[in-house]
Ligand binder design. Structure first.
Ligand SMILES: [Zn+2]
Length: 413
């Protein structure tokens, strides 16, 4: 049977590791909701051993239990050590999915571990961590080889085999430095998928501008070898240094490119018309504008100025457009307030708040209920430092207790 291609978005893990960028816990939650709606298979939603993540992670797992964050899987990222696995299940007992990570390249063994770890040590540490995660109740485990692209291929095959034997469900091939090209990554992943018989996650970075191309090529390699492929993405390609593989670009490549369109099966259906909203929200939350020429969602993605192109596209859009803007959820006029504006803030009062919520047709049972939600909105503004969006306000009004947990950031000890 032909393998399927799944999307694992890592915006809430790799994206938030990016220098100068961060998200509030409410924003991370909104991103999980949007990713679920878009059709992403799994969101790598954070760090289970990091104290300020605990309330957020547990609150999101409760949203999953309530059926709000469903069917998306929520997975945590940890180092491949028995201690981190144990701490994970102590701090976030409800967690079911994990990716555990260890460096595998000679460069990292020498440069990071300073020769203290041999390959044998790496294998042993990984196997112990995977076995402990299984013992403590993990339902699915991805095993990450950090810097896989600079790791000896035979060692990677051995690593993937041992990961599988220990109970790992997937092998994550991390092109941590964006060193691969579409040809080299195809060969490496084809060999691993074939010789270790394990589904492969493809995690690519854009240091050489090839993150999307490498992801697609790697996915093809896994599927050609009879395995499922899991592409790691971030929204708008936000990520460390030059960024990760952009989620929408990967989806468009799978749906629209010459070699992929209608040839590969996706693990979950994608609602492409949510793409624009997703990209805009991430841009707002990170405070990073969408580049003018961003595939699909950039301001110029469907703009034509030159005579020949404008004439051609007016006669038939397919002359100069590979896909339609409406498919991506574009084309609706956007309302921008140009006169008086009342927006939420950390010092918002009941009058302004009632005005905002009234405009959104949200009503409250009584005055004390309204004041309770207002208080949460104020706290949410302290964290976000930008006026809240309508969706965020709706979320707070609908799930006040979950919101309270998201906003509780109490440093302990
Ligand atoms: Zn990464």
């Amino acid at each position: 049977m032909m393998g399927k291609i799944f999307l694992i978005d890592v915006t809430n893990r790799d994206g938030v590791q990016t220098a100068r960028l961060s998200l509030s816990k409410l924003q991370k939650t909104m991103i999980n909701l949007y990713l679920n709606d878009f059709g992403v298979f799994q969101s790598e939603f954070g760090f289970p051993t990091t104290k300020h993540e605990t309330n957020y992670l547990r609150a999101n797992l409760e949203l999953a239990t309530l059926g709000v964050l469903k069917p998306i899987r929520l997975s945590g990222w940890i180092r491949a050590t028995v201690e981190d696995v144990e701490r994970t299940f102590e701090m976030v007992p409800e967690i079911e999915h994990l990716n555990i990570s260890i460096s595998t390249s000679q460069q990292m063994l020498q440069g990071k571990f300073k020769g203290r770890k041999s390959r044998v040590d790496v294998l042993e540490q990984m196997v112990n961590a995977v076995e402990m995660a299984n013992k403590l109740g993990a339902k699915a485990i991805g095993v990450n080889a950090e810097d896989a692209s600079r790791t000896d291929i035979d060692f990677l095959v051995e690593f993937a085999r041992e990961a599988k034997a220990a109970g790992g469900d997937r092998f994550r091939y991390c092109d941590t430095l964006g060193y691969d090209d579409p040809f080299s990554i195809y060969d490496s992943i084809a060999k691993i998928a074939d010789e270790a018989s394990i589904p492969v996650e493809i995690h690519c970075h854009g240091d050489l501008g090839m993150a999307v191309a490498n992801s697609i090529s790697g996915a093809k390699a896994a599927v050609d070898a009879g395995q499922d492929a899991y592409i790691n993405t971030t929204i708008n390609g936000i990520g460390e240094r030059a960024g990760n593989a952009d989620l929408l670009s990967c989806v468009l490549a799978l749906f629209k490119s010459k070699g992929f369109a209608n040839k590969y099966k996706l693990g979950r259906p994608i609602k492409l018309n949510r793409a624009f909203k997703l990209a805009k929200y991430a841009s707002l939350a990170f405070g990073v504008p969408i580049p003018l020429n961003q595939p699909g969602v950039g301001q110029n993605a469907f703009a034509h100025a030159s005579g020949i192109h404008a004439d051609g596209v007016l006669k038939d859009p397919e002359n100069y457009e590979l896909y339609n803007f409406e498919e991506l959820g574009r084309g609706e006029p956007e309302q921008v307030e140009t006169g008086r504006m009342i927006c939420s803030g950390e010092y918002t009062g009941i009058s302004g708040f009632s005005h905002i919520m009234g405009k959104m047709e949200v009503s409250f049972a009584n005055a004390s209920e309204a004041r309770k939600i207002l208080e949460l909105v104020r706290f949410a503004n302290v964290e976000a430092q930008i006026p809240l969006t309508e969706d965020e306000l709706h979320f707070i009004a609908k799930y006040p207790e979950i919101t309270r947990r998201l906003l509780t950031l109490t440093p302990l000890e």
